[in-house]
Design a protein around this ligand. Structure first.
Ligand code: GLU
Length: 473
């Protein structure tokens, strides 16, 4: 029986959880779920200057919001420094690593000479076979791994295929600094090994690191996990993803009004495919997920596509869930008026949502569309509504206001019938009645059906709003 699958996501907490990280986390998570394995989280907080508590929290919050729950407690990399040092010493004992006593000046000269000779600046291995008895006094040494001098290291990758690195291009990397702290390359290998990681799924910017890490695995005689290096996300123009093109933190997407399920679906398709399926549930994704489905070509981030996917999820969502998303987003982004309005009018918002859902692509748009429910009279019309509210339009509003005042039955069909017969008596098309009404009732030119709006806000409020914007007043 193959070993139980263990995947991991290993972010460095130096900023928010960015969209590329969220996508690799999603792939690692989906693969673990598919295989009945576990998905672990490791916070790579060894860069003490740049790692912050706030960034750790942002990563945890971002993953939770996206629905990518990890198994067990997160592993904190910095806390494991003694274990990393222990492995460095074990590599020494195994003859797979050595002390290097080079001074910074020597290293600088080495780099200069390599540059002058047109070679890549790399360590020349001068302490590799030297007797440590020759060590200069008072110098704290670093520990370097012995990279093989000849041959090749092959990264047998699920996405990239067999990628061959000539070992002469891999120098003897420092694994333990002179102050006894581990380098990143050592920490990653020791942690992945100790966590029992069977599959490493990460960005292809780590592909060269993979070759260097394999040297460390081999030095310890440890099995190398399977690897899948996923191409990075590019912008719509094919260039590196910029902020303007979507290189934002996950919380920015939340604040722009995207739903986690929509983002999961969109991110899944950004670098993975299952036939030509575009819209699928997370359950389907898990069922279909395989490393073979990861694409080799770089995916391009497309906001318009993401919006359309989000619009789909908004249409498919339950009003109760959307109401919660609207309320919590309004609160998060500090829209106090909307928060209060949504909370005081929950039942009306829930009743209105089926009308709003087809008209919105984001939760923010839903909030905007719902404002007519709790907007306070007299409504200040927006510019396009002002343009609609001509003197003739106000006269039409006044006329229909009278009709509505006498209307016994306050339902959509009754108001609809009344509007049609009023339009006929005025010799106007129905739209000529509806647009001024909409402008008066909502202060906008886009809203759910005007008759629905009237029923949702109720007779008294509707009549008052139309009265406010009619030539009768
Ligand atoms: N901490 C690394 C990063 O944030 C990832 C390391 C890895 O996945 O091996 O890019």
């Amino acid at each position: 029986m193959p070993a139980k699958v263990i995947t991991r996501f290993a972010p460095s907490p130096t900023g928010y959880l960015h969209i590329g990280g969220a996508r690799t986390a999603l792939f690692s998570w989906a693969f673990a779920r598919k295989m009945g394995g576990t998905f672990q989280l490791r916070i790579e907080d060894t860069d003490r200057e740049r790692s912050t508590e706030g960034a750790v929290q942002a990563i945890l919050d971002g993953l939770k919001w996206l629905g990518l729950e990890w198994d067990g407690e997160p592993t904190m990399q910095f806390a494991r420094a003694p274990r990393h040092a222990e492995v460095a010493h074990e590599l020494l004992a195994r003859g797979q690593a050595y002390y290097c006593y080079c001074s910074p000046e020597e290293l600088a000269t080495m780099r200069e000479e390599a540059r002058a000779a047109g070679k890549p600046p790399r360590y020349d291995g001068r302490w590799r076979d030297r007797d440590p008895a020759e060590a200069p006094p008072g110098v704290a040494p670093v520990i370097r791994i012995k990279a093989p001098l000849h041959g090749e290291i092959t990264v047998d990758d699920h996405v990239q295929g067999k990628v061959v690195f000539k070992t002469e291009n891999l120098d003897d990397l420092i694994i333990l600094r002179s102050d006894g702290t581990p380098t990143y390359m050592l920490a990653v290998v020791v942690d992945d090994h100790d966590m029992g990681v069977t599959h490493i799924i990460r960005g292809d910017d780590h592909l060269t690191n993979a070759a260097r890490q394999i040297v460390i695995y081999n030095g310890m005689g440890w099995a190398v996990p399977e690897m899948a290096h996923v191409p990075l996300i590019h912008g719509p123009d094919g260039a590196k993803l910029s902020k303007r093109h979507g290189a934002l933190g996950v919380e920015a997407y939340r604040q722009l009004g995207y739903l986690p399920a929509a983002l999961r679906n969109y991110l899944a398709r950004l670098g993975w495919s299952h036939g030509d399926a575009e819209l699928f549930s997370t359950e389907q994704m898990i069922e279909w997920f395989s490393l073979d489905g990861l694409n080799k070509g770089a995916a391009r981030f497309d906001f318009v596509k993401l919006e359309n996917v989000n619009g789909h999820y908004i249409r498919e969502s339950q009003p109760a869930d959307l109401y919660e998303a609207m309320r919590s987003l309004a609160r998060e982004v500090g829209r106090d008026f909307d928060t209060a309005g949504l909370e005081a009018n929950k039942a009306t918002v829930l009743a209105a949502l089926p009308e709003l859902q087809p008209r919105a692509k984001t939760v923010l748009e839903l909030i905007d569309l719902a404002q007519f429910i709790y907007v306070v009279r007299p409504i200040a019309p927006d510019n396009s509504a002002i343009a609609v509210l001509t003197p003739e339009a106000k006269a039409t509003n006044a006329g229909f206001h009278q009709v509505l005042t006498g209307l016994a039955d306050w339902t959509v069909p009754a108001i609809d019938a009344a509007a049609r017969s009023f339009a006929e008596t005025q010799g106007l098309k129905l739209g000529k009645i509806a647009q001024p009404l909409r402008a008066a009732l909502t202060g906008r030119t886009i809203s759910p059906g005007v008759f629905e709006v009237m029923v949702l806000i109720g007779r008294e409020e509707a009549l008052a709003r139309i009265g406010d914007q009619s030539s009768l007043t």
